[in-house]
Design a protein around this ligand. Sequence first.
Ligand code: GLC
Length: 557
Amino acid sequence: MRQESAPSQVRPSAPAPREAVPRAWWRDAVIYQVYVRSFADSDGDGVGDLRGVRERLPYLAGLGVDAVWLTPFYASPQADGGYDVADYRAVDPVFGDLTDAADLVAEAHRLGLRVIVDVVPNHTSDRHAWFRAALAGPGAPERELYVFRPGRGASGELPPNDWESVFGGPAWTRTADGAWYLHLFAPEQPDLNWENPVVHEEFASVLRFWLDLGVDGFRVDVAHGMVKAPGLPDVGAGEQARMIGRQVLPFFDQDGVHEIHRSWRRLLESYPGERISVAEAWAPTPERLARYVRGDEAHQAFNFQFLTTGWEAAALREVIDLSLVATTEVGAPTTWVLSNHDVVRHTTRYAEGDAGRGLRRARAAALLMLALPGSAYVYQGEELGLPEVEDLPDEVRQDPAFFRGRAAAEAAGGAGAPVKSGQDGTRDGCRVPLPWSGHEAPYGFGPGGSWLPQPADWARLSVEAQTGDPGSTLELYRTALSLRRELPGLGSGSLRWEEAPEGVLLFSRPGFVCALNTRDTEVVLRLPGRALLASGPLGSSAGDTVLPGETCGWWAV
Ligand code: GLC
């Protein structure tokens, strides 16, 4: 029987022992994203939980990452996989209780891993006590905590403006008493009003709650949201979902949002041990993204420009250069990322319809990413080379964007098939529970089933199947991560581009060279030094290196 949670049971845990003058651990850290409901299930209900994560922490320590980021495990009706929080200080029973959270943090610290948790400040759940009170009637003072507005039209029957939800359809829903409230995501996720100081105070208190429990930082959900343009002006023409991350919108990437990040930085710095925040900010350019990581704001911001760049050498080089310049100008590291719980897994994204090619490219991209200066995030399962699961039946899907997107497409007379980019409704495909061991589903995920069905051929991709196989993707990641620790300064500093044939990226770091061949045919390169690791079989020809197509290698020089 699981114990009931009680605050008195929660023991704050001291972070792992740190040097007297702590190095900025986060500047070159490799941080592993745990999507809690799909990582490991301890109690057999088919949904991953905190105890499951704790039991598997030795795997992560052995993999060689520095920290884990846990996606939301707070009390939530799960209308959006927990990104709809009903109580920011409670653990949802499906994931465990506060004692499990404290035990997980303590065990991670014992293993030398840091722990980052999600904070969701742009919106709450519609079941949050504040929003329930706000719905009590037009005069409820809690309406001031959200964005309520009268509608347009003769009797207020039209939404207050033309904003669209990221998940499709209008960003406004009308309440029974006729007022409209804003939700940039699902209707179950009403946006908070960050012009109200009570909202600021509440989130400062929530951050303290988790910092006091021992967490090492926060991944800030929709860190570019929160502040809206005064007067909530219309966007005007255009498909808004496609504009996100491409231009400044009246609801995203507003200048005022930076003041929130500044105040949180001050709060984090009032704690010992270099606690950090990482911004999930979709900004139109590397320069605008770099504004989130100025010295007094967030420590890191995911580099989604890198994530969205296709398999093309010149484009990759350009995004790397622009990112490094922009972040260096503000004194921050770049934070590389290839996959997360919102996008098509890069194994599939890099070569739609050709699994062999996709895996080759994904392995090569991982070595590229881990050779770049800065910090990197690894999304659970990418170290196994998991592909996107593209054939999930509609009835098992849970992504609210799938249903909203389909409804919106149908309303517009379309066939209803969601498009494949960003938060477009196909996000269940990258959230299928991990295969750990065994020959049939749920492949050691837990003693019961799994909340999304796993493909029949995932036994060969399990942790057990790949462990010890030198050709496996898991061993590639393990070796790369251990080399990254051994090679002095690989995570920090800068890089120098070397001359290379078209389609090849070649750069040097102190004592180190990395070459990526994006072409599908081999290239012959004259490389100094000793090969350390490659994502495919290297050859040699008259003393030169033969780098196969879609392959990346590392050399010590
Ligand atoms: C972020 C999360 C995503 C969620 C959305 C709304 O983008 O990564 O999963 O649906 O915010 O909270």
